[in-house]
Design a protein around this ligand. Structure first.
Ligand SMILES: [Zn+2]
Length: 430
């Protein structure tokens, strides 16, 4: 099956910008894919005389589906690198309370009652919301990931499923979930779109013994790790009292970072912590809306990026956000960084985290986080056809000055009018 979108604004997030382009990051042109892979991405508009690249493609592929992209922007699908998709079940139910009240009196008791069926229902809602908003890959951490994986298979989103555990009776359940999740990811229905990581919840909720077990299992299965790191000052204090070091140093000592690791939050990190993350190629995932809502703090994103850490972007769960909207998240990331100075300058700096850098966090850096650099997060020949199309004719794009700015500062996820994962168009409604 071949598809071509022509006459669209193309934002490839890769490659050398064309000389005649007004804004170097994007151009008017076409993108074509066959089955699950992009075949070409070219600037220029086709002519009746058959001079354009797409005309040539069409001449060779007369059965190709053609989409007229006038008034549209086409970009790589967004990668939500840290979420708990089933937490849509708790959306808007427990807001405006202190963090520990939120966790201990609301989230944990509610979660204790959840079975696989409810979690699958929550995932169905969350995945629909993500696809509708242009997210084509999610990195999800929860219990019953096998159930979430089955929903992901059915709905067609790409997913990194991360069965999670904390200390206690759930350890056994976790190992069962891991085995089952690996089977779902390897199934024919998954079509290669699913992979698995192990998710110890955090340094403070898992014992050293269980964290070592996670490392052992990750090595055994040849998979990565996904955990929460330095989300709060309390966490920092607890680990210092117990182990005399920071959570980052502690997890590094236990060998977690010898395995490809995704570390959510990384808010209260020291310069030494940042160096450890960089040295070990750990991805820090920034979750600005959740961090602001729970008053956890502002991660030093610009500083981490400047020091060479791969920083990706995530929404966290819908109980602390309260949506799974990556366009919203991009805007918040940039505004929060400017407002705080983002670890570089106290008192704020309007120049940090410019729009294109934030777009990279939501695409290229997300792909790097999951070991898919060059395959996802870009529009390029040979890359996977995870593609998003937005209608850019709304008043909030007027007068069309700079589409990179528009995507971060004025676009809305409801502008998304087409979503393809692995080359297949995905449903954006329940
Ligand atoms: Zn989280």
């Amino acid at each position: 099956m071949k598809t071509l979108i022509k006459n669209a604004a193309i934002l490839p997030m890769v490659g050398t910008p064309t000389a005649d382009s007004i804004n170097a990051e994007y151009f008017t042109g076409c993108v074509a894919w066959e089955d699950d892979r992009i075949v070409f991405v070219e600037p220029g508009q086709g002519t009746q005389a058959g001079m354009g690249a797409e005309d040539e493609f069409l001449a060779q592929n007369p059965d190709c589906k053609v989409i007229d992209g006038r008034g549209k922007l086409v970009m790589p699908g967004l990668i939500n690198t840290h979420t708990h998709v089933a937490m849509t079940l708790m959306r808007n139910a427990m807001d405006d309370v202190p963090l520990m009240t939120w966790l201990e009196d609301n989230v944990w008791p509610f979660e204790a009652k959840l079975g696989a069926d409810q979690i699958a229902q929550g995932a169905r809602v969350g995945i629909t919301e993500m696809l509708a908003g242009g997210t084509t890959t999610m990195v999800d951490m929860y219990w019953h990931e096998a159930a979430i994986g089955r929903v992901a298979c059915e709905m067609g989103i790409r997913a990194v499923l991360c069965p999670s555990f904390v200390d206690g009776p759930r350890m056994e359940e976790f190992e069962h979930d891991l085995t089952e999740t690996l089977a779902v990811a390897a199934s024919k229905e998954a079509g290669g779109r699913l992979s698995v990581r192990i998710a110890p919840h955090s340094a403070y909720s898992c014992s050293a013994e269980n964290l070592r077990r996670a490392v052992e299992l990750a090595k055994q299965h040849g998979i990565g790790i996904h955990t929460h790191v330095s989300e709060t000052i309390d966490e920092q204090r607890i680990i210092r009292e117990r182990h005399g070091c920071t959570p980052t140093e502690y997890l590094c000592d236990l060998g977690l970072f010898d395995i490809p690791t995704i570390a959510a939050h990384c808010i209260h990190v020291t310069d030494r912590d940042i160096e450890i993350l960089r040295e070990h190629g750990v991805t820090a995932v920034h979750n600005p809306q959740s961090n602001m809502k729970l008053a956890s703090g502002a991660a030093p994103v610009a500083k981490m990026l400047q020091r060479g850490v791969n920083v990706a972007l995530g929404t966290d769960g819908a109980a602390s956000n309260n949506d799974l909207d990556m366009f919203d998240e991009m805007r918040t990331a940039s505004l929060l960084a400017k407002f705080t100075g983002s670890g570089l300058i106290d008192g704020g700096d309007s120049t940090v985290l410019p729009a294109y850098e934030v777009l990279k966090m939501a695409t290229v850096h997300g792909a790097r986080a999951i070991g898919m650099e060059g395959q996802l997060g870009v529009l390029a020949p040979g890359a996977l056809a995870d593609i998003v199309m937005l209608d850019i004719t709304g008043p909030h794009y007027f007068p069309g000055n700079n589409l990179v700015s528009a995507l971060v500062y004025s676009a809305k996820s409801s502008d998304v009018c087409g979503v393809w994962v692995a080359g297949t168009e995905r449903r954006r409604r329940l």
